[in-house]
Every structure is written in structure tokens, then in C-alpha cells.
Design a protein around this ligand. Structure first.
Ligand SMILES: [Zn+2]
Ligand SMILES: [Zn+2]
Ligand SMILES: [Zn+2]
Ligand SMILES: [Zn+2]
Ligand SMILES: [Zn+2]
Ligand SMILES: [Zn+2]
Ligand SMILES: [Zn+2]
Ligand SMILES: [Zn+2]
Length: 319
């Protein structure tokens, strides 16, 4: 016996389609017999189709009923396509695209030892595409000289684009001649010179012990650190002074015309010499007159016979 199913209607629910049908039995009997029946099966959905007008949605319908399912597109990664950015829905293959609209470049970063980098981002809302540029560092940003070490001053070279520190340039200090020594303390003097390279200004200082020399004038002896000029025309010593004192004169020595004495200080060579300071002539009552050195230098006196002239001694006035 053959059977034929005649679909009378089909209706869609959320997940299923319900068919209302008649089963037509045909056979030896005359006429036909219809038996109503109802079958419910899951929808059999067609492929997804992109919705027009860039609404970013797609839909699909059931093969059997009027059930329609609709959903947001699910896009993959943005890609560059000529002058556009484009992303494709992984479900319906419809795409979302716009003309590339780059924003402004970021500042250069300092990158790695060789290159610096900057980037920009597409300004279209929702677009995540970025664009990077890479360039080689230079060393054209040359900073001021700094003091460095005892031998060299140094200056940093930076990349003029990204400011990355690149290298340190070294150069020997440019020392001028030293100036005069100055008195530092009881035992030492010092002198300083400054590197003439602009920005460095590193000082270099020498210190040494005073070079004491004895000196004297008519009244005092003392020690000073010598002040003679050296070959460069500057004072070779600082001029400091110590141990200033008045001479300690020793015993007189004498000859017929002069008396003299030396300072007894072991390091002082000063002496002073004078003509005798003869006092007035005095009549000795024995035909002579005499005069003594009032400095009391050791000569007891000088004594001569009266030098009579017109009955009177011209030296002592005896008559
Ligand atoms: Zn889609
Ligand atoms: Zn974009
Ligand atoms: Zn750089
Ligand atoms: Zn220097
Ligand atoms: Zn000195
Ligand atoms: Zn003396
Ligand atoms: Zn004398
Ligand atoms: Zn006399």
C-alpha cells in the first residue's frame, strides 16, 4: 500500500518547525482516506546573509518555515586593503570598511641602540589599526662640556630626534699656566688653575710645603716663603712669614775707626757697623787729653798730647 503525505501548513517556533499534514492512503479501495497528522522538527537554517546599509548584522531563514534569525556580525582583525581599513565578519563574510584616517604621530621613543620609533592610530571610531615609523639615531645633539676626570672633560652626545644618550666624548683639559702660590696654612701654600674650556671649569690644585728663607732688615729678622719670580713671571712662593723678632745683638768688635756687632740668632747673618761715637775730649792733667767711644764698644779711649794753639788745646781747651 502506497502512502502520500500532503503538507497542509508549516509554522515556526523558536527552535522548531511544526508541519501539519494529511496522510493520504491510496490502494485498492475506491476514493481516498486522509489521516491528519502533525510533525515537529528542528529548523533547518539556510546560510547567513549580510544585512545591507552597514548595520553590522546578519540574518538567516529556515528552509521550511518563515522563521528568521538575526544577529550582530562578528568581525575578525582589521586589515589594510588599499586605502581602506577592512574587517570581515567571520559568520556572513560581509565586511566593515572605511578610508584610512591617520591621527598625528606620537613623539619619537628612544627605541633600541640603533633606531627610534613613533606611531599613529587611525582616528575612525572602533578602528584599532596603528602605523609605526622607524629611523636611525644620530649623535647631533651635543651637550655642554662637563668636568669629567683629572685628565679629560667630557660631553654627552644624544640623538637629535629622540634625545637618547648615545656616547660620551672625551677631550684633554686645556690647562693655563698656574698663577701665584697663596698661603694655605702654617706649613703649606697652594695654587689652583681652571680648565679654560667653556663649561668644564674643572679646577686643578697643587699644594706644597713652604720654602722658608731667612731675611732681615735693620731691626728684625724673620723667615718668609720666598717670593722670587719664576720663569713664567709669577711669584714662585707665597710670601708667608714666621718667626719675626728683633735682632739680638752680640758683643761689639772694633777697629780704630769703627765698631760692629752681629745678631746672635743662629740663622741671622745681620751685622751693624758704626763709626765710633767719640765723646768730648777731657784734659788728663798729664799733658794729654782723651775721648772715649760713648757706645762703650770696648776701646777704652783715644789719647793724644794737647794740640796747643795760641796757648790753648784745640781739642780739650786746656791752657
Ligand atoms: Zn555577519
Ligand atoms: Zn582605520
Ligand atoms: Zn634617536
Ligand atoms: Zn676641562
Ligand atoms: Zn709658602
Ligand atoms: Zn738678627
Ligand atoms: Zn766705638
Ligand atoms: Zn787737650
Amino acid at each position: 500500500m502506497a502512502m502520500t503525505v500532503i503538507v497542509v501548513s508549516a509554522g515556526g517556533g523558536q527552535n522548531t518547525t511544526t508541519f501539519n499534514a494529511d496522510i493520504l492512503l491510496a490502494g485498492d479501495h475506491v476514493g481516498e482516506i486522509r489521516v491528519p497528522m502533525s510533525v515537529t522538527v528542528e529548523h533547518e537554517m539556510q546560510g547567513w546573509t549580510s544585512m545591507p546599509n552597514n548595520v553590522h548584522r546578519h540574518y538567516r531563514g529556515c528552509e521550511h518555515c518563515d522563521f528568521i534569525e538575526e544577529n550582530d556580525c562578528e568581525y575578525g582583525q582589521w586589515l589594510t586593503h588599499n586605502d581602506e581599513h577592512r574587517r570581515t565578519c567571520t559568520i556572513c563574510t560581509g565586511f566593515d570598511s572605511h578610508l584610512i584616517a591617520w591621527g598625528t604621530w606620537s613623539a619619537w621613543d628612544t627605541g633600541n641602540a640603533v633606531t627610534h620609533n613613533r606611531n599613529r592610530t587611525c582616528t575612525v571610531p572602533g578602528c584599532t589599526m596603528t602605523n609605526e615609523e622607524t629611523g636611525a639615531h644620530d649623535e647631533n645633539d651635543i651637550r655642554a662640556w662637563t668636568q669629567g676626570d683629572d685628565v679629560n672633560h667630557s660631553r654627552a652626545r644624544h640623538c637629535s630626534v629622540c634625545s637618547r644618550f648615545m656616547s660620551n666624548e672625551l677631550q684633554a683639559h686645556t690647562w693655563p699656566a698656574f698663577g701665584n702660590w697663596t698661603n694655605l696654612n702654617a706649613t703649606q701654600h697652594t695654587r689652583t688653575r681652571i680648565c679654560t674650556t667653556v663649561g668644564c671649569d674643572r679646577p686643578q690644585t697643587e699644594t706644597e710645603n713652604h720654602a722658608w728663607e731667612w731675611a732681615s732688615d735693620a731691626v728684625h729678622h724673620w723667615q718668609h716663603c720666598g717670593t722670587a719670580n719664576n720663569a713664567a713671571g709669577t711669584a714662585s712662593r707665597c710670601g708667608a712669614e714666621q718667626n719675626r723678632a728683633e735682632h739680638t745683638w752680640g758683643a761689639w768688635s772694633f777697629n780704630f775707626t769703627h765698631h760692629w756687632q752681629f745678631c746672635t740668632h743662629p740663622n741671622c747673618t745681620r751685622s751693624r757697623t758704626e763709626d765710633h761715637n767719640w765723646g768730648p775730649w777731657a784734659n788728663q792733667g798729664d799733658g794729654t787729653c782723651r775721648s772715649v767711644c760713648v757706645t762703650n764698644c770696648g776701646i777704652p779711649y783715644r789719647s793724644y798730647p794737647h794740640a796747643m794753639s795760641g796757648g790753648v788745646c784745640v781739642r780739650c781747651g786746656a791752657s
